[in-house]
Design a protein around this ligand. Structure first.
Ligand SMILES: NC(=O)c1ccc[n+]([C@@H]2O[C@H](COP(=O)([O-])OP(=O)(O)OC[C@H]3O[C@@H](n4cnc5c(N)ncnc54)[C@H](OP(=O)(O)O)[C@@H]3O)[C@@H](O)[C@H]2O)c1
Length: 349
């Protein structure tokens, strides 16, 4: 590691020798320099790239840094990132990124953007590159929403109480509307669709597909996450009705994202879902040993896998709960996804 930065300071190795990583926090604080523009960092990268193969690891949620991806790639520098903002941003930026990578034979690795540690992107890329065709992708792409609907279940739990508890346990964003608005799932589907070659417009342009928000209209303007949670009990009836309707058909409520390639249909929303047989042991709203929750299920149907057999299935615990308090959410598995990208870079470097 020859350069490390947060949003305000950066620490660069003057002689391009590796920084003393165990001490990075102290070194960044004491010896780092203030910076106001990513151009400063880009200038360092430019000099360093003349000496060695470089990888930029963008672990921010910044909108700004992805705008530099085309320039970074054109400098001959690879990028690895869990940041969804670039690969799910405007189609213009996405195309620029692809063109820059092609022009300079560099790579943007983004495995962790969709499945954190699950090898979704590389699997899809391998399928496409080896001549397979992906017909359908379907899954539960949000660990938080999976947790919420597992807890909401088919019993008497109140939606508002489940969301409140999830927020208190730190499983939601500070404002749960950032989970309930479906935008994170929409970004993931955009990334998957683009990965298999679909042209999908993304924010700030409107998505070309519908996204069902779970935020009651009356609470869209709540000033804070707390105010939102406080107002949610008034809307429990709406969620009770949806659950009852699903239950009547022997189904479960799940927040699902799906892509049907042939019809170019992308959907993000709440569905009454009848788990296929091969998922029956996965999709049951239950706690299993050690209170582990099923979170992330991603299916990819390809021509080679869609011959009457089970489709390709990737699943993982997006969030694990041990006892009542010890929660290990997505950071560890996300780091695994980033490391798998780093290893791919180092194999070629
Ligand atoms: N955590 C997870 O479970 C998870 C799962 C999947 C994907 N991700 C993705 O991983 C990324 C990081 O998530 P996180 O939870 O670690 O976020 P975070 O806690 O907000 O950390 C982001 C870091 O990026 C730095 N940063 C922000 N803007 C920057 C800029 N313009 N230049 C340089 N540094 C900048 C921040 O610096 P300051 O400290 O100065 O603010 C901070 O250190 C996000 O894109 C997120 O969507 C995370």
């Amino acid at each position: 590691m020859i350069l490390i930065a947060n949003s305000k300071r950066y620490l660069a190795s003057a002689d391009y020798e590796p920084l003393d990583l165990p001490l990075w926090k102290r070194l960044l604080r004491d010896e780092g320099q203030d910076y106001s523009s990513f151009e400063t960092i880009l200038a360092h990268l430019h000099r360093a790239s003349e000496r060695d193969a470089l990888l930029v690891i963008d672990c921010t949620a910044s909108n700004t840094i992805p705008e530099y991806y085309p320039r970074i790639l054109r400098e001959g520098i690879d990028i690895a990132t869990p940041n969804k903002k670039g690969v799910s941003g405007t189609l213009g930026l996405y195309n620029e990124i692809q063109e820059a990578a092609q022009f300079s034979a560099t790579r943007l690795f983004y495995e962790a953007t969709v499945g954190a540690g699950l090898p979704i992107i590389s699997t899809l890329q391998d399928l496409i590159e080896s001549g397979d065709r992906v017909d359908k992708i379907e899954g539960i792409f949000s660990g938080t929403l999976s947790y919420i609907f597992n807890e909401f279940g088919d019993g008497n739990a109140k939606f508002s109480a489940v969301v409140k508890a999830a927020k208190e346990k730190g499983y939601t964003e500070p404002d749960p509307r950032d989970d309930l608005n479906g935008m994170d799932v929409a970004r993931k589907l955009t990334i998957l669709g683009r990965t298999i070659g679909m042209e999908i417009e993304g924010p700030p342009s409107p998505y070309i597909f519908p996204i069902e928000s779970l935020i009651p209209t009356a609470l869209e303007s709540a000033a804070t996450g707390e105010e939102f949670v406080a107002g949610l009990p008034a809307h429990d009836g709406e969620f009770d009705e949806k659950r009852a309707a699903a239950k009547k058909d022997g189904k479960l409520l799940r927040y699902i994202g799906s892509i049907e390639v042939a019809s170019k249909t992308i959907k993000v929303g709440l569905q009454s879902y009848l788990p296929p047989k091969y998922l029956s042991h996965v999709d049951t709203p239950r706690r299993i040993h050690l209170h582990l929750y099923k979170d992330l299920i991603i299916l990819s149907h390809s021509t080679l896998n869609d011959t009457g057999r089970d489709p390709l299935l990737c699943r993982e615990l997006g969030m694990s709960v041990r006892g009542d308090s010890d929660c290990s959410a997505g950071a560890d598995v996300t780091a695994m996804g980033i490391f798998s990208d780093i290893f791919k870079f180092s194999e070629r470097a």
